[in-house]
Design a protein. Structure first.
Length: 249
């Protein structure tokens, strides 16, 4: 699922193909992802940044609504088609800055031969690096991501348990995602801190921000470097930069 790491000494001159980004899921999160790639790339001039082709496809059917069975509009074929369009453009590898959309990863992989860097895989790897012997993580995400168990399955492969908020706390997470960030309103980081504290009390050594709308809130409110949070978008940003042969700032 994850693209191979760049060879030692690899850089932009070794492969000038751009990175393909399946975006628009959601639009603001995609914009923040692009901004963070620019900010985190070690560069002194324009020509030292990562080349990217972005398909900002905001009208892709709602991922959570489909996963939860509340919609019959399947995002999978749309995401697969977008991946093929990027592949036909000639991209070097593809990323998708949306956690819930990774429920449809196999459909994307079946449609392309271009490498795909998974936000789920790079986040799991980062959590395990942060806490050697990691046993339990908390997950803040959409109801769709929680129900899809993409993180549960990925962490379970390494013997790590995932705990998620109860119904009332999930409603608070939903408020940040849908009523605040997706609606273009200011996010309330205190809601995320409160829910995260509950997961820590239940034994979580790390709390994954497993929704890129929560990543927007993390950037805006300085949560990226605050324990116990581990931000999935930040991990995908760093992996995108390094896999493209650039240095992370």
């Amino acid at each position: 699922m994850t693209a191979p790491a760049p060879r030692a000494g690899a850089g932009p001159a070794d492969d000038d193909r751009p990175v393909g980004v399946i975006g628009g899921v959601g639009p603001l999160a995609t914009a923040y992802f692009l901004q963070r790639v620019v900010e985190r790339t070690q560069a002194e001039r324009d020509q030292e940044h990562v080349d990217m082709v972005v398909l900002n496809h905001a009208t892709i059917p709602d991922r959570t609504e489909f996963v939860l069975g509340r919609s019959t509009a399947d995002p999978g074929p749309v995401l697969a088609r977008d991946a093929r369009r990027l592949e036909q453009f000639g991209v070097r590898f593809i990323v998708m800055p949306c956690n819930t959309a990774h429920y449809f990863t196999q459909q994307v992989l079946d449609a392309i031969s271009t490498p795909f860097v998974s936000i789920i895989d790079v986040t799991v790897d980062a959590a395990r690096r942060r806490v050697p012997g990691l046993a339990r993580v908390g997950l803040l995400a959409t109801e769709g991501t929680v129900a899809s168990k993409v993180y549960d399955d990925a962490f379970a492969a390494h013997g790590v348990d995932v705990i998620v908020p109860g119904a009332d706390d999930q409603a608070l997470v939903n408020r940040v995602i849908y009523d605040q960030v997706k609606a273009g309103r200011p996010a309330d980081p205190d809601l995320l801190r409160a829910v995260a504290a509950t997961l820590v009390d239940q034994g979580a050594s790390v709390v994954v921000l497993g929704c890129t709308e929560l990543s927007v809130a993390a950037v805006d409110h300085g949560l990226l470097a605050v324990e116990p949070f581990l931000d999935s978008m930040d991990e995908l940003v760093k992996s995108t930069i390094s896999t493209a042969g650039h240095q992370v700032r």
